[in-house]
Design a protein around this ligand. Structure first.
Ligand code: KIV
Length: 308
């Protein structure tokens, strides 16, 4: 399924996101120029948040975010897996469809789960096509830098806009030996710079920078012509993304230090459920006003039938 939008109705598209790049560097001699048809940036930061179902998608979209990401964090914050690795393409498709039904304006990006793009490249492109064709995604996100260059280019060739993702890529947790800030040594920072350049040169329209030092994110942001979207990468990125359940206090596990909490929905749910349980047990719920009633005529008849 997919949803058609009229141009100019406020719908945010991939070219709109490209136009939001701040501090566009002078043109370089790279073989692709993703910003070639851009007007001057209006300097507004890109706001991105995750959503995983219809109600959260509607709320996030109606609040005016620019990009809704169906992240593979779904596996941990909604499905209760220990990490993102077990999540399947079918699970991601199921949730992306639900999110699609709730998003009208924001750009809808779906994360490619672990294993869906790590083998044969043609199969990876077929998997990405499923997100667009069967779930209505407008772009996909792929973790990895230099080593994903060819794949990203192949996806772009298949008309699928790609958001890159470098730094602390959770699907690499075993290779990294856990969840650690990346790019802290000269060599690691150089590698991340190469990763960022590679993702851009392959044709990605944006790149997520996760858990890297602020200074490195600033350097990458000033060098790239595509927008950087930071999560734990400091304020100089062109935009920011957070996991919705972390920022509203609904994730039950550890939340990283960069994730600011704006609400405590978990506590609100807990209070509501406790109060409901007490009301049921004490006979305070439902009240008469919360009950349906018969008309007096039917009530009389019912009583008459009972008496006879
Ligand atoms: O899965 C996810 O939610 C993500 C964001 C944190 C960027 O990849």
């Amino acid at each position: 399924m997919s949803t058609a939008f009229d141009a100019g109705n406020g719908k945010i598209t991939v070219p709109d996101i490209l136009r939001r790049k701040t501090n566009v560097p002078p043109s370089s001699n790279q073989n692709t120029d993703p910003g070639r048809d851009r007007r001057e940036s209006d300097g507004r930061k890109i706001v991105c948040l995750t959503a995983y179902d219809y109600p959260t998608a509607r709320l996030v979209d109606e609040a005016g975010v620019d990009i809704v990401l169906v992240g593979d964090s779904l596996g941990m914050v909604v499905l209760g897996y220990e990490n993102t690795l077990p999540l399947t393409v079918d699970e991601m498709l199921h949730h992306t469809r639900a999110v699609r039904r709730g998003v009208r304006k924001a750009l809808l990006v779906a994360d490619m789960p672990y294993g869906s793009f790590h083998g044969d490249k043609n199969e990876a492109v077929r998997n990405a096509v499923r997100f667009v064709k069967e779930a209505g995604a407008e772009a996909v996100k792929i973790e990895g830098g230099e080593r994903r260059m060819e794949l990203i280019a192949q996806m772009v060739e298949a008309e699928i806009p790609v958001m890159g993702h470098i730094g602390l890529t959770p699907q690499s947790m075993h290779a990294f030996g856990g969840f650690r800030v990346q790019g802290k040594t000269v060599e690691a920072a150089d590698q991340l710079l190469r990763d960022a350049r590679a993702v851009e040169a392959a044709g990605a329209f944006s790149v997520v920078l996760e858990s890297i030092p602020r200074e490195l994110a600033t350097r990458i942001t000033s060098e790239l012509r595509i927008p950087t979207i930071g999560i734990g990468a400091g304020p100089e990125c062109d935009g920011q993304v957070l996991v919705l359940h972390d920022m509203i206090g609904l994730s039950l596990g550890h939340t990283p230090k960069f994730s600011r909490r704006y609400a405590n929905v978990g506590e609100a749910i807990s209070h509501a459920v406790t109060a409901y349980a007490e009301d049921v047990r004490e006979g305070r719920f439902p009240s008469d006003a919360e009950s349906y009633h018969l008309s007096s005529e039917v009530r009389e008849r019912l009583l008459a039938v009972r008496r006879s």
